[in-house]
Design a protein around this ligand. Structure first.
Ligand code: TTP
Ligand code: CA
Ligand code: CA
Length: 714
């Protein structure tokens, strides 16, 4: 590696007796500084994850070809099966032709009407009545995460779960400790106690990279002696080898890893050589490494932003884009241009965020054929609730460690997606029954609004997870009033789940009335609900109707600039099954897009961030993305499609609170009506005016609120 002759002759050679790194930069490692050039990050990604889960679960020989099937498609293919040319675009029938010995294991499913998922041998025939469960893979994912953590000293476990089968590790502090252990000259103090002094030179010219795939740095760069950044990466790589060894030994899984100075490079590195390999990208090799990539493979650049750049500069290659001066890139906007400029040069100062708490959970099903009756919907709700509740239990709801604040139902009919949201009462233990009643109530609201059938997709999510809530005042108390509030509370206390929807218990309500003429039923709703109802219409979300979803969305850290520029998840990070027959599954990973570049609203995590690069090659696949927005009041991310509705939710809640206060103060309705419009309703810029108002835009806000109230009380 080193060459004294070259060192003597090259004008580029740093032939000082010192390193090019300072004592300060070394010290910064200890505190996980995101800017020290000595930083060391690893990304670990399981090989053919679901396929390995099945191999391990069934105790099969990992050398035998195996694929995980979902309906007629394949969603995971192990490496022995890939040798037969199998990939996710191949159907199960085609797969068997290509590889007659292929073991195909269908994913576990929830069967309509049952309250537990199971492995059903004939599940592939029953797409209409079964729903995919990813529980087995989530369970394995958790075990692997904890094994990875345990493989690291407790004080150095800075691990971010990035998806169901990947994690980032910030190994900086651990490497710092190892450096000091192995190179006593680094223990200091620095000469003259001056941290801006350069470190001594690395005492060796050869580093042990073991079996690592070492990305070449190009002839010239390879001539230079190793410096401390190389040493740091070699130590990190040693740690990662140990971690991977533990995962294999204890749980039987192989994984691949990337080791580099930041998340972006580490992530690209883990996919560079697979399976069961680890790739190191030394700082000196970054330019060489990135040049060969399409920039659309880089995190954040796989989606619309990437397309925009391709269109603007007529290329998708990093090499070509690197020729563009900063001013040219700034055509994309100052911030985006600068970010892009440094990103394609391998800069990324985002943190490894060890928070792995789930912040929302979603369970969904696409119906083919569509469903046509309330009772049918309710049967699916029972499954969604069982699914979501079991995941809540894993999150510690029974011990009141964490619990969700809101429940959402999304309903799709034709091109229209509608959502209903309700607070989850906080003052008593969360139960499956409570969630079920709330869910049923939400579905009943959709139904009473009309045009509910045929329904092609239903999804249920709970969100706003909070740590052990102690206040016994349910947020629900603020949202609804009068009969509606009583009806809701009653519904939460109901007995058998097969009972009628809560609406039945409303005044005058029997089930026939409930599903009767729309206008008449509107009277059943009180003022705040009317505001919600009126505004909840006509969502034109382009959410994919074919999703059979089962996903958790992990807490993100808004301070993480990396995430700011991107994601969710999640995740919201999610991805689809690119089967030609269906896209039936998606999962989430990591954090959602919490902010946008230049205030753009269309930036969301590219699928490849989820380890779904292959999807980009497949033209007919509609990419599912879940754009989210951050609600500062709930401190949570929610699907962007729900933004307007969610704002309405707060608006109605505030309004209702005002009214309660005024009621308490003995104020009249007249005053309430004077006051209510003063609250600015968030502008939504889409959909029809609330309450069916034909009034104009902008200035109509106040009138709309009044109208909604009027209508609710007619
Ligand atoms: P990936 O990490 O993208 O792929 P993989 O683990 O199967 O294979 P690799 O060795 O290349 O990393 O996805 C992780 C799991 O997510 C995968 O095993 C199955 C699931 N998945 C889907 O269900 N649908 C998809 O479209 C993709 C890409 C993955
Ligand atoms: Ca993987
Ligand atoms: Ca992955």
């Amino acid at each position: 590696m080193s060459s004294p002759q070259f060192l003597a002759s090259s004008p580029l050679t740093r032939r000082t007796p010192k390193s090019r790194f300072t004592w300060k930069q070394l010290g910064q490692l200890k505190s996980y500084s995101t800017t020290t050039p000595l930083r060391v990050i690893a990304h670990v990604d399981l090989d053919a994850f679901y396929a390995q889960c099945e191999t391990v679960r069934l105790g099969l020989d990992p050398a035998k070809p195996l694929a995980v099937q979902q309906w007629q498609g394949l969603i995971a293919i192990n490496y022995p099966a890939r040798a037969f040319g199998l990939n996710r675009h191949v159907t199960s029938t085609e797969a068997l032709k290509l590889c007659p010995d292929l073991m195909m294991q269908h994913v576990a499913t929830w069967k309509e009407g049952e309250d537990k998922w199971a492995y059903h041998a004939d599940a592939y025939k029953h797409m209409a009545t079964h729903k995919v469960s990813l529980d087995p893979y989530r369970t394995e994912s958790r075990k692997i995460l904890s094994c990875i953590k345990d493989a690291l000293p407790e004080k150095f476990q800075r691990v971010e779960k990035a998806s169901i089968d990947e994690v980032f590790l910030d190994l900086s502090a651990q490497v710092h400790e190892l450096l000091l252990e192995r190179y006593p000259e680094l223990r200091g103090p620095p000469p003259y106690d001056d941290v801006t002094e350069y470190l001594p030179k690395v005492p060796t010219t050869v580093l042990d990279w073991d079996a690592d795939a070492l990305v070449s740095a190009g002839e010239e760069e390879e001539q230079t002696d190793p410096d401390w950044d190389d040493v740091c990466l070699a130590l990190a790589s040693e740690i990662v080898r140990g971690v991977r060894g533990q995962v294999k030994e204890q749980l039987g899984y192989t994984c691949s890893a990337g080791v580099a100075k930041n998340k972006m490079l580490a992530k690209l590195g883990s996919g560079y050589k697979k399976p069961n390999a680890q790739t190191v990208i030394r700082n000196r090799a970054v330019a060489c490494f990135l040049e060969g990539f399409k920039f659309t493979k880089i995190r954040m650049l796989g989606g619309k932003l990437g397309d925009e750049i391709v269109a603007m500069f007529g290329t998708d290659s990093v090499r070509d884009l690197m020729q563009q001066p900063l001013e040219q890139l700034r055509k994309l906007g100052d911030d985006t241009g600068s970010w892009l400029y440094s990103t394609i040069r391998g800069e990324d100062h985002s943190e490894v965020n060890p928070r792995t708490q789930i912040k929302s959970m979603l369970s969904a099903k696409s119906f083919r054929p569509a469903i046509n009756a309330f009772e049918q919907g309710v049967r699916w709700l029972r499954i969604f609730v069982a699914d979501v509740f079991s995941r809540c239990v894993e999150e510690g709801v029974l011990e009141n460690k964490r619990r969700p604040k809101t429940i959402n139902l999304h309903h799709r009919q034709g091109q229209q997606t509608r959502s209903r949201q309700s607070p989850i009462p906080q003052g008593r233990p969360l139960s499956e029954q409570m969630l079920f009643d709330l869910a049923k109530n939400l579905l009943a609201q959709v139904v009473v609004d009309g045009r509910a059938w045929p329904c092609s997709n239903l999804s249920l999510s709970v969100g706003g997870f909070e740590d052990g809530v102690t206040n016994n005042k349910g947020i629900g108390g603020f949202l609804v009033r009068g009969d509606e509030a009583r009806a809701m509370l009653a519904s939460e206390r109901t007995g058998p789940d097969s009972g009628p929807p809560p609406a039945k218990r409303r005044k005058k309500g029997n089930i026939a009335n409930f599903f009767g003429p729309r206008e008449g039923q509107k009277k059943e709703f009180d003022a705040a609900r009317a505001v919600l109802m009126a505004k909840n219409q006509q969502s034109t979300s382009r959410e994919d109707e074919n999703a059979d979803v089962d996903m958790d969305h992990i807490e993100d850290d808004p301070s993480d600039s990396y995430e700011h520029l991107h994601n969710d998840p999640a995740e919201d990070r999610r991805h689809t099954t690119p089967s030609p027959v269906h896209q039936d599954d998606l999962y989430t990973t990591g954090t959602p897009p919490s902010a946008q570049l230049d205030n753009r609203s269309d930036h969301h995590p590219p699928l490849h961030e989820l380890g779904v690069d292959s999807l980009h090659d497949k033209k007919p696949v509609r990419q599912q993305t879940l754009e989210t927005f951050f609600c500062a009041r709930c401190t949570m991310h929610l699907p962007a499609a729900e933004k307007a509705e969610h704002e309405d939710f707060h608006f109605a809640m505030d309004l209702s609170k005002d009214m309660r206060e005024e009621d308490r103060n003995g104020n009249s309705n007249a005053k309430t009506n004077q006051k209510a419009p003063a609250r600015q309703k968030p502008s939504r810029g889409r959909g029809r005016p609330p309450g069916g108002s034909t009034g104009g835009r902008g200035g109509s806000e106040k009138g709309q609120v009044k109208l909604a109230f009027g209508r609710g009380r007619d």
